[in-house]
Design a protein around this ligand. Structure first.
Ligand code: PEP
Ligand code: MN
Length: 339
């Protein structure tokens, strides 16, 4: 961290701040010139809040040079993290992974119909919401525990892993019993109590990026999980809120590149919630693979017109199948097979 003192700062201001920092075991490296007083704070500055330093009288500017996240950072761990699921699927490895399924689990018939078709495409990770975070309390809220049981049952029939969203920490034990990847929804990305609690499980966590969260905030949320004891975090970009209204959100494709520079964690893309329109899913998936995403999570439904949630962005079974064919071709050209 670098601190620039203002022109009007006195020696007293400087001494007071330096003494406080030294008390916290930081080293001070003064690089002042005749005209400007600047110094570097050396040490584990992740524990230092930039605003706390800024609060001192005489401080003009504080710049962070190290990332505030530690264990999630590329500096901490250079090699990519690869997460292996119970069924052998690797996330962050040599292949990219397609996760697919309905937005919500609606019934056994619905889930089986979709999963049977996905299995024919070789899909090995089944998605489906059992506890739905809906904007309106009057819309379908999910099947709850019954939905988790159906996901497990149907996935097991095809040797698939299950990824589904957890609404709150009191359900962690239940999720451990039925789920392979626990999803933290965009709206819960900064539910720090939930993140800390998920640090105590060993199940991989799929951490969606918050609707209006910066990449740094997203990685800080990953840091909460890792620093609480669970290193198995997969990041998922799902579109962010911008001024654009044509799409549901704006897919930040560059987030993959940013995460790859800043972190060793795997990162996947959810084009469904980003676009909100089924017609864009295949091309956005192609773009995601092209920038090096470790996988995709896509909503698929056998009857989108009658889906209980997110029908407009769900691919019909045949459209998903043909999208998979062309995405796999692209993946081969990119020398990273799509599984
Ligand atoms: C979902 O995956 O169904 C979902 C609600 O996603 P998000 O949290 O990204 O909105
Ligand atoms: Mn959805």
């Amino acid at each position: 961290m670098i601190v620039k003192m203002s022109k009007h700062a006195t020696q007293e201001h400087y001494d007071k701040l330096v003494a406080a920092l030294k008390k916290k075991d930081f080293e001070i490296r003064d690089v002042s010139s005749e005209t400007v007083r600047i110094f570097g704070i050396i040490g584990d500055t992740a524990s230092l809040d930039i605003n706390d330093v800024q609060a001192y009288e005489g401080v003009e500017q504080v710049i962070r040079v190290q990332t505030p996240f530690k264990q999630a950072s590329r500096t901490f761990k250079e090699e990519d993290t690869v997460i292996t699921l119970g069924n052998g699927v690797e996330i962050g490895g040599e292949e990219s992974v397609m996760m697919a399924g309905p937005c919500s689990v609606e019934s056994e018939t619905q889930l089986s119909t979709i999963a049977d078709s996905l299995a024919k495409q070789g899909i090995r990770v089944l998605r489906g919401g059992a506890y739905k975070p809906r904007t309106s309390p009057y819309t379908f809220q999910g099947m709850g525990l019954e939905g988790l049981k159906l996901l497990r049952k149907v996935a097991d029939k095809h040797g698939m892993a299950v990824v589904t969203e957890i609404p709150s920490s009191d359900l962690i034990k239940t999720f451990e019993a039925y789920v392979d990847i626990i999803q933290v929804g965009a709206r819960n990305m900064q539910n720090f109590q939930l993140l800390k609690a998920l640090g105590k499980t060993h199940k991989p966590i799929l951490l969606k990026r918050g609707l209006s969260s910066t990449i740094e905030e997203w990685l800080m949320s990953a840091e909460y999980i890792i620093s609480s004891g669970n290193p198995n975090v997969i990041l998922a970009e799902r579109g962010i809120r911008t001024f654009e209204t044509y799409t549901r959100n704006t897919l930040d494709v560059s987030a993959v590149l940013a995460v790859k520079e800043l972190s060793h964690l795997p990162v996947i893309i959810d084009p469904s919630h980003a676009a909100g329109r089924w017609s864009m899913i295949e091309k956005l998936s192609a773009a995601s693979l092209a920038v090096g995403a470790d996988g995709l999570i896509v909503e698929v439904h056998h009857d989108p017109e009658n889906a209980l949630s997110d029908g407009a962005q769900s691919l019909k079974l045949d459209r998903f199948a043909s999208a998979m064919d062309s995405l796999r071709e692209l993946a081969e050209a990119l020398r990273r097979p799509l599984k």
